[in-house]
Structure formats: structure tokens, C-alpha cells
Design a binder for this molecule. Sequence first.
Ligand code: TYD
Ligand code: MG
Length: 449
Amino acid sequence: MARATSVFICSACGTEAAKWHGQCPGCGAWNTLAEEARAPAARRGGGGGAGRAVKPVPLSAVQAPRHARLATGIGELDRILGGGLVPGSLVLIGGSPGIGKSTLTSMALGNLQGAGRRTLYVSGEESAAQIRLRAERLPGAALDVPVVAETDLDAVLATLDAERPEVCVIDSVQTLHAADLTSAAGSVGQVREVADRITRLAKARGIAVLLVGHVTKEGALAGPRVLEHLVDCVLQFEGERERTYRTLRALKNRFGSTNEAGVFEMAGGGLVEVADASARFVGEATRAPGSVVLAAMEGSRPLLVEVQALVNPSEIIPPRRIANGIDRNRLALVLAVLGRHAGVGVGSADVFVNVAGGVRVDEPGADLAVALAVASAQRGVVAGDGERPIACFGELGLSGELRSVAHPDRREAEARKFGLTPVISPDGAKTLRAALRAALPSQPSARAA
Ligand code: TYD
Ligand code: MG
């Protein structure tokens, strides 16, 4: 039979070209043509008449067997997945290099292997010896996991077919190479082809696949993004390599909620779940000017994190606005509202905002914490009574009002658990000015009357 050929498709307009061009012959966009494998034309048919009609079935008549989930033994991971791995499902784990993707997947396979499941670890990144060295540090049966160090897609598929593992890790999708495509491993066309063929085999054989993918800090690298619609779950591993804490969250989950997130710590013997992250972060909070505690939500769980700000005269124009753990644009908005509606102008000073521990909070409820931290830093006064950190949450509206956010009761309860009351929230304070008066009582701003 004729071998599959490849074509180049423009990601902007869909134009097909027989060979690669720098500029799309259809729409004129640059560098948008990506290689794709294409079945020989004769098999594809044309005009819509060559296909075979299939009979639709009422949903009530569809058989939907409930497979028992495969517990990875990592509580946080199982919870984020919605109760463990679903047999035959594809889970993409994205994250920047060094964050701990290989560690997490090795630990999960080790636990599954120890529980009597058939597993397979396919690595295109590291040699079997390197994987062994990592596994030696890990708990459980990590050393019993069978490994294959291979980058050729056909060889990997043949191995999966022969070994029939119940759970398999592909580390990483960017390192596998489909021989029918001439483009380099890791290119959009390759990544899509690799994922597509693995998906088909995994579905046919009921293999649960954990697909590891690299993403840059911006989360944009060609690769994982194009896979999101192919896979059942997308998990994002976040945090900074130099920091101990990492959060794992679900961005997409066909079998569970996307609201879940878990906190891990990288230790000497692999990743350790941080069951009570709030206690750690509150314990480490500095109680200095510029520090407040945000009662955040990590999925359906409340989490107390310290938000710190530093405001310092700048020597450069424009001054720096540095945000770690929160969105930069959100910081710009908070600074604008502070200046316009609460009389706290930072003018030409540098502003740094940091969520302690390398945690990322991407929710509007963080606005108030950022505003109070910046105001406290700018005035040089400690928020709250100086004994305990002050806890807060709430979204800032553009006219300086405080807006309610999801789960106020759970956030309050978590703060209460650590004695951080009263919590400053949209329930008590209707405006940013009112919140500032409550949080920084020692020096009420003259203008904040
Ligand atoms: P790794 O899982 O290889 O990251 P990724 O696959 O996402 O690129 O591990 C990341 C880092 O974690 C690596 O620098 C070594 C460190 N590490 C520990 O600190 N403790 C451990 O027990 C292990 C296995 C790794
Ligand atoms: Mg790795």
C-alpha cells in the first residue's frame, strides 16, 4: 500500500502546500506552514460520497461501562484527576523543564507497579541509567518500573502493543519522532502526529497514558497547546524551579472538575504532598510592612498565602512593575485603582509584588491582597495589629468598589482556623478605601476620609 505522504498546512488559513515555504502561498502569513502526515489521496476519496453511512444510536442505548479508576497513590494527583486515572485515557502533564514532571510520573508509575499494575516508562529525554538514578531516590516500587529509552514513534507504538501496559508514561511528547514526517522532533506537526497515533493506540488497547510535555514560562511553546483538544485531561505543573513549592492544577478534565489543584514540595526523596499548605504559609508570613495574607481558593480548597509588596524610589523611567505569582496586568489595574480611588499613588516608585513560596494565584480574589500589601509597603506601616498577619480577599472594581468572589465562607473559615480574624472582605468593606481603613488603622491616610 502507498506510504503516507506529508503536506504542509497553514495554521492561519488552512492552505495546503506540497512543500514548505517561509510564507503561506494562501494568506501571506510567515512561518505558519506546519507539516502533517496525510493518507494517500486515493484512500481519502472525494466529494463526500465515498464514506460509509453509520447509524446513529440514542444515548440511552449506548453502553457506558464504568471502569474502576487506577489510583496513582499520590493523593493530590488522584484528587486532581477526579479520583485516579481512567483506563484508556490520555493525560497531558505540562510544565517548564526542571519542575518535576519526570519525578511525579516516575512516582505514580512506581506506586501503580507496586500495587500490581502493569506499567511502562518510555523516555525520549533520558537514558535508562539516568531514569534509574532518579528512581533510586524515590519511594515505593519506582525501581521495579520497566523502562524503554526510545525516540522513534513506530518503535514506541510497537512496544506498547507488545507489552500492553495498563499505564504508560511518555516522557516527553516533544522528543518522539514520527519517521513519515521530515520535520524535527518537537515541531508542531510532529507533536500532533505523535499524540494522535498514541491516542489511537491507547484508546484501542485501554492503556492510560501520561503524556509529559514541556511548556515555556509563558505556557506558549508549540506543542502542548495543540494537544489540548486531543487529550482527556491537561494538568499544569507550576512553580519556580528554585523554589520548593509547586502547584499542580487541572486545566481540562473530561472525567472530573477543573477546579482542583494540589501543592507539592520537592524534597530529597521526590515530591511530597503539602497537605496543610495554609499552615506553612501563615507560619512563614513576615508580619512586616508590605505583607498580608490572601485567603485564596485553589480549586475547591481554601489556601492562605502571603502576598508581599515592596515600593521603592526608582532610578529608571518607566519604573519597574514586577509581579511574581500574580498577573502583571492585574497588578497594573490594582495600582491604578489604588491611585485613583484610594489616594495611594506609587508614582515613579518601583513596585514589586510577590506571592511567597512560589505559588501562583490566578483569581480576581487576589486584588485586595495586592492592594493592601502595596498600600502597607508604600506607607511603611504593618497591616493589622502587628501581632498576627491580616487576612483578606476580594476583587477590585474599576471605580474602587470591592466585589464579591466565589466561596467567601470557605475562605473565612480557613482564616479563622489560624486565628486571622476579622478577615477583610467585600462582606465587611464595600470599597477599597474602607478596606484600607480597616487594614491599616495605625495611620489612616488623610485623604482616605
Ligand atoms: P525532574 O522530575 O527531572 O523535572 P522535569 O522532568 O520536569 O524536567 O526533576 C526536577 C528537579 O528536581 C531536578 O533538578 C532534581 C530535583 N529532584 C529533587 O530535588 N529531589 C528528588 O528526589 C528528585 C527525584 C529530583
Ligand atoms: Mg523530565
